[in-house]
Design a protein around this ligand. Structure first.
Ligand SMILES: Cc1cc2nc3c(=O)[nH]c(=O)nc-3n(C[C@H](O)[C@H](O)[C@H](O)COP(=O)(O)O)c2cc1C
Length: 335
């Protein structure tokens, strides 16, 4: 099914039937989810995350197998600053003729030439207007404007921007300085209202993380998905807590949004103590992960968690979101 009102530059470039990209969520956007999204007409980005070569190879090859060679909507995403330590997973994906590579959190310019040489389109995720020029300079075909509502990593509370004002501001900047560069909205898009809003704000589509995290194909733990269903949009927070507990050496100014569970509440106002003496808290956290106890282990979702009430198949979810957006935009046109 194609959705006439949702036909955008982004859907045309990637031969999509709906202008949605699966966020390349580390450890959640595996091959099954990326393939399901691609088959359903969206762009499927495998979550290459921290650049684990074996994980990336396994999940990307799974997607290739499930798509039976029809990989024109398949790509992969990586955390840019982590590539500075080891880019072997990126280099391997580039041998597989990916349609797109998405880079977030760091300077994409060192990696842009080899991505272009492999024939892949570059997608760059940014959190502030001041980062856009660098992404354009890197040759990004698509910019993702990520608001601070987003699940997972993003800009911290001091520097983070809300999606509603960030997207049209970047749309205006691109219209003036790089009109061929496309724009996706990210952060808080979880249903057809969000997708329609993204298009109304001047984006060419939306990149969806949290809502697609809570699908059958996502690799997120079932207990985490169950907790998300019980949590409303007030129940997440941004902080460094889970990065410290997971030994992730994230550079400033990025931090992490997840469900604000009991362990998070315990440490969120004592970050200096946690940084100085993380051992006991890490043990607590690791036991939580081992026991699938999500009062201690983290569930990575953004404010859109308040719009998650079930765990459908990805194709069903994408069809629902697209039909809702189509209806919203149709009703708007009729006024
Ligand atoms: C579970 C999870 C893991 C994520 N991992 C990554 C990642 O590895 N790389 C990345 O660029 N973005 C990552 N993100 C952020 C997404 O790219 C995107 O900005 C975000 O999900 C959009 O907001 P939403 O969650 O409200 O849809 C992650 C998000 C989630 C929810």
């Amino acid at each position: 099914m194609t959705y006439a009102n949702l036909n955008t530059r982004f859907s045309q470039t990637f031969a999509l039937t709906t202008p949605i990209a699966l966020a390349p969520m580390a450890l959640a956007s595996g091959g099954a989810l990326a393939a399901a999204c691609a088959q359903a007409g969206a762009l499927g980005l495998v979550g290459g995350g921290y650049g684990d070569l074996l994980w990336t190879q396994r999940e990307y090859q799974l997607a290739q197998t499930l798509l039976d060679g029809h990989t024109h909507r398949l790509g992969c995403g990586f955390i840019t600053w982590k590539l500075d330590e080891d880019a072997s997973a990126l280099d391997w994906v580039l041998t597989q003729a990916p349609r797109a590579i998405m880079l977030s959190f760091g300077d994409p310019r060192p990696y842009a030439p080899r991505i272009a040489q492999a024939g892949a389109l570059l997608i760059c995720q940014v959190q502030r207007l001041e980062q856009v020029a660098q992404a354009v300079e890197a040759g990004a075909a698509v910019i993702v404007a990520q608001g601070a509502e987003a699940g997972g990593h993003g800009m911290n509370a001091q520097l983070g921007r809300g999606t509603l004002a960030l997207v049209p501001e970047i749309a205006d900047w691109l219209a003036a300085h790089a009109p061929a560069t496309q724009l996706l909205a990210a952060g808080g898009v979880a249903d057809g209202r969000g997708l329609a809003a993204a298009l109304m704000l001047g984006a060419d589509g939306a990149l969806i993380g949290s809502r697609l995290w809570a699908t059958q194909e996502s690799l997120a733990a079932p207990g985490a998905k169950a907790q998300a269903i019980q949590t409303n949009g007030d129940g997440t927070a941004r902080s460094e807590v889970f990065d410290i507990l997971r030994r992730k050496n994230w550079p400033a100014p990025y931090d992490f949004r997840a469900i604000r569970n009991a362990l998070h509440r315990h440490w969120e106002h004592r970050l200096e103590v946690l940084k100085a003496h993380p051992e006991v808290a890490r043990l607590d956290y690791e036991q939580g992960v081992a026991q699938a106890d999500f009062n201690r282990a983290h569930a990575t979702v953004g404010e859109a968690v308040g719009l998650i009430h079930d765990v459908p198949a990805a194709a069903q979810l994408l069809a629902t979101i697209s039909a809702q957006a189509q209806a919203r935009l149709g009703a708007f046109n009729a006024i």
